[in-house]
Ligand binder design. Structure first.
Ligand SMILES: Cc1ncc(COP(=O)(O)O)c(C=O)c1O
Length: 376
């Protein structure tokens, strides 16, 4: 029996190599050239007004926090409401700027619950960080309304959401900043990359300096442009080295061509799981109106760790997204504040979901899961 892994990135190898070859032949692998092409392609695809290509989504989340903090004059210790049920990058980004993550609980979609968020707002709350778990938009529209009413910024951690639409429109435009991940196992895989999409054009322009060490002119425009005194750029602030490069952008440009087709197949796999698991296994639903990218297919089982080990014994290797972050030492200050997240964290399994899987594979996983759950 072949092992069935949680993730397995699919690359269109020859097409991707041809795109990378262009960079190598042109002698331009860094910032500019393909990164500009990819930003334009992403804007055309999503309909979002701005997009800046980055080395990772982690960089993007930090940048979103940093630039909104600068713009609005947030102070150290101000609060950002976030979810404990996420990859730690989401919450680390808040701490990078010496702000305080305040955790709100999750709903049935494993996304932030607007009622819990509303209950955690204080005079020091500045923003809400919403994670579209597994590609699900959850109750994002309610969160948008709440943030507008209460004058809070909204950052969308859209790491799982490449290709997710809500009521037919790509997600991202409703937030002050949306951050997508193109890391190796995501729906649009490169090796490591991300995209930040600010709603505000001025923040997008500022972000370009912040991702290139505060330098006012990037090397590419200085090289291809005709202006005099190209070497006389200014450096207005420290900035970071967060921009993406042309090799990753070349990979992204090809992956983008297939994203909708790939996501449609992911949704097909998910509907096979739905049908095969039936009512026997508790599944995490997709929110109404959401066409999910289906980065994940999550179920809730007990006793989770035993189920995982039993599946591993049958060469099936699911994952866990995620351990509640308050179980980690650094976020333990908020332990027990979000009971639904904590409970989900002990029962969650992400079933194998990638483009190499067939109906037979989904069937094998589903049968093994049902039998294991009945036996334990
Ligand atoms: C929810 C979430 N946020 C942020 C990230 C960080 O993305 P990246 O690896 O591109 O920095 C990830 C990556 O796994 C993620 O799952």
């Amino acid at each position: 029996m072949d092992p069935i892994q949680l993730f397995f990135p699919t690359f269109r190898v020859e097409e991707t190599l041809a795109e990378i070859r262009e960079c190598l032949e042109r002698g331009w692998t860094g910032l500019g050239f393909k990164t500009v092409e990819f930003e334009e392609a992403w804007k055309r695809y999503t309909g979002l007004p701005h997009a800046h290509f980055l080395s990772s989504a982690t960089a993007g989340l930090h940048l979103a926090i940093r630039l909104l903090k600068e713009r609005d004059g947030w102070r150290e210790g101000d609060e950002v409401i976030s979810t404990p049920l996420t990859f730690v990058a989401t919450n680390h980004a808040i701490l990078y700027e010496r702000l305080r993550p305040v955790f709100a609980d999750v709903d049935d979609y494993l996304c932030l619950d607007p009622l819990s968020v509303a209950a955690r707002i204080t005079a020091r709350t500045r923003a809400v960080m919403f994670v579209g778990m597994g590609g699900n938009s959850g109750q994002l529209p309610e969160l948008v309304r709440l943030c507008r009413e209460r004058g809070l910024r909204l950052i969308l951690d859209a790491a799982h959401m490449a290709g997710t639409r809500w009521q037919g429109r790509h997600v991202g435009g409703e937030a002050d900043a949306a951050v997508f991940s193109f890391q190796a196992v995501k729906n649009l895989p490169t090796a490591d990359a991300g995209m930040i999409c600010f709603a505000d054009g001025e923040l997008d322009a500022e972000a370009r300096q912040w991702t290139w060490l505060g330098i006012s002119k990037d090397t590419y425009s200085r090289t291809v442009g005709h202006e005099a005194y190209k070497w006389r750029y200014d450096v207005e602030h420290e900035g970071f080295k967060y921009h993406g490069n042309s090799i990753m952008a070349a990979m992204g440009l090809i992956a983008l061509k297939y994203l909708d087709q790939d996501n449609a197949y992911r949704r097909q796999l998910a509907s096979w799981y739905d049908a095969l698991l039936g009512d026997e296994i508790c599944r995490v639903p997709v929110a109404p109106g959401c066409e999910s990218s289906r980065h994940l297919y999550q179920v809730l089982v007990e006793p989770r760790d035993h189920v995982m080990l039993a599946l591993n014994g049958q060469q099936i290797y699911p994952g866990v997204h995620y351990r509640d972050n308050t179980l980690y030492g650094m976020y333990a200050y908020a332990r027990e504040t979000c009971p639904r997240s904590l409970e989900a964290s002990s029962r969650l399994i992400s079933l194998p979901l990638h483009l190499k899987l067939s109906y037979a594979d989904v069937s094998r996983v589903s049968e093994a899961l049902k039998q294991t759950v009945h036996r334990l």
